[in-house]
Design a protein around this ligand. Structure first.
Ligand SMILES: [Zn+2]
Length: 209
């Protein structure tokens, strides 16, 4: 199994390509044209089997239409904001329009088997109602979307979210074995920094919000 991070320095979300027997792309940034450039030399879009959106904000889903063959997966509570094109108000924020298809909804406890890598779905509401993290237990790898960022910061709760739910989700992540943290924005961290990010975020959220 190989994880290829495409870390963004702009508004686009980070994009992660997980390559095993099958290929998953986790989040797709703001637009298909931007993602097409970034994916050059990494993977051909038609080789991608699954597109998994950590939540239905447009900066994480805008590139979905690039993948004509892939099955698009999102948590059941965020599927409506994707299919009605509202994306919890973020589509107008980024002047992007358009409904998007979701082929299959995800729930807590689901897993996506890539053949050589198993992505477990953790429902971590708060940033949006249907925010998820994806966890590869064998590697301690956590794809945290906008629920948790490196260094103890976390996503906002005012674009469809709920701070009390977010605190509970951070508490849950603080108890998880995290060896590598692949967040929705900003840098990837490993080892001690990865392990401490969730605990720090939970403490900060409890103290200041
Ligand atoms: Zn977001």
């Amino acid at each position: 199994m190989e994880i290829v991070p495409i870390v963004s320095t702009e508004y686009d979300s980070n994009v992660y390509v997980v390559i095993a027997e099958r290929v998953a792309v986790i989040d797709t940034g703001l637009s298909a044209s931007r993602l097409e450039q970034k994916l050059r030399g990494v993977i051909a879009p038609e080789r991608v089997d699954y597109v998994i959106n950590t939540h239905a904000h447009i900066d994480h889903c805008g590139g979905n239409p690039l993948f004509s063959r892939a099955e698009v997966l999102v948590h059941e509570l965020d599927a409506g904001a994707m299919s009605d094109g509202s994306f919890y108000g973020t589509s107008s924020l980024f002047s992007s329009t358009g409904r998007m298809r979701c082929h299959r909804v995800l729930r807590e406890g689901d897993s996506i088997d890539l053949g050589g890598a198993e992505l477990e779905v953790l429902h971590t509401p708060g940033h949006t109602p249907g925010s998820i993290c994806l966890y590869i237990a064998s590697e301690g790898a956590l794809f945290s979307g906008d629920t948790l960022f490196a260094g103890g910061s976390f996503g906002r709760a005012d674009l469809g979210g709920n701070m009390e739910h977010l605190k509970r989700s951070l508490r849950r992540l603080a108890a998880l074995e995290i060896e590598a943290l692949y967040p929705g924005h900003m840098e990837v961290v490993k080892g001690r920094e990865a392990r401490e990010s969730a605990r720090l975020a939970w403490e900060i959220a409890e103290e200041y919000y």
